[in-house]
Write a protein that binds this ligand. Structure first.
Ligand SMILES: C[S@@+](CC[C@H](N)C(=O)[O-])C[C@H]1O[C@@H](n2cnc3c(N)ncnc32)[C@H](O)[C@@H]1O
Length: 207
């Protein structure tokens, strides 16, 4: 996701009531232990997670976003929804967060329209490459699930193979997915790709 640097958004990270610093790992763990909890990596501007948080008030949602500008934009949107109190953000790299978390933490991890990083030399940045999947295995509860959606055919094929090679089991697969609003929410990218008649590919996996 390419977004121009925005100073206000970066400054906003110091003002938000819904941000956790990694130094405050005890508060992060307390939030995650309160209720069933879900992680979204790369939330974009927050449409998906806000919709899910509203739909499922009995779950807690943590988002982790590495780009300070995108994190600030997303947090502002979260904060503006004053009735929502079950979404928190860590504005940092997923790997830094995951290294501090306990095993078997999450009921689910959402990977929505992650950057495909098509060049082979960037494979390690793909959120479905080996090291990421090993980390998901560690922080997912035994019956936890990965929810993966993408518009990109090559990235879908790569990710599907990578999940299988790394021991995940596909429990749901749909190559022309239409949002099921009872359990899911459309993301900003999903809305855009659907308007261009690009088919959305979805997998749900267990470890
Ligand atoms: C394509 S955008 C997400 C789009 C959004 N989920 C949607 O569907 O509209 C991918 C996001 O993942 C973030 N990201 C990529 N690698 C990350 C990492 N290691 N840790 C945290 N965020 C990451 C990027 O900064 C970017 O904002």
């Amino acid at each position: 996701m390419r977004t121009k640097f925005k100073q206000w958004a970066v400054d906003y990270l110091n003002e938000s009531r819904n941000i956790f610093k990694l130094e405050d790992i005890d508060s992060i763990k307390a939030f995650l232990n309160e209720k069933a909890c879900f992680l979204e990596i790369g939330p974009g501007k927050g449409k998906f997670i806000l919709g899910m948080a509203e739909k499922f008030p009995n779950y807690n949602f943590l988002v982790v976003e590495i780009s300070p500008t995108i994190a600030g934009i997303c947090l502002k949107k979260i904060d503006e929804n004053k009735e929502i109190n079950n979404v928190k953000m860590v504005a940092d790299d997923f790997f830094k967060l995951s290294s501090l978390l306990d095993k078997d933490t999450f009921d689910g991890i959402f990977l929505n329209f992650s950057d495909p990083w098509p060049k082979k030399r960037h494979e390690k940045r793909r959120l479905t490459s080996k090291l990421f999947l090993e980390s998901y295995k560690n922080i997912l509860k035994p019956d936890g699930k990965i929810y993966f959606k993408t518009d990109n055919d090559d990235f879908f094929t790569y990710s599907r193979e990578s999940f299988i090679e790394n021991g995940f089991k596909i429990i749901y697969e749909n190559l022309d997915y239409q949002v099921d609003a009872s359990v899911d929410e459309e993301t900003e990218f999903e809305e855009k790709f659907k308007s261009q008649n690009i088919k959305i590919k979805k997998l749900i996996l267990t470890k």
